[in-house]
Design a binder for this molecule. Sequence first.
Ligand SMILES: [Zn+2]
Length: 83
Amino acid sequence: MKKYIEIYTNYFNIGEQDRFNCEYCCANNGSEIHHIKYKSRGGNDEIENLIGLCKQCHLRSHNQLEPYITEKQLLKIIKNRNE
Ligand SMILES: [Zn+2]
C-alpha cells in the first residue's frame, strides 16, 4: 500500500528528491509515471492505470526503445500489486 501512496504522491510531486524504484525493472531511479492506457486513448488517473517507471522502461513502454514493454506486461505488474 505504501508504494501506491508513494507513486500517487510522486505523480504530483516528481523531483530529484522524490525518486522511487521502477516497478518494472526495480532500478532505483524511477521518476516517471506512465499511464498504462494512454490518456490520449481514454486512460484515467486512477492508481490501477498508473505505474512508476524509470526513464528507460518508460521509453520502452511507449515503443520508443527496444525491447518494447507491452501493456499486457504492465497490467500483470498491477495485478501482482494486489496479491
Ligand atoms: Zn525500469
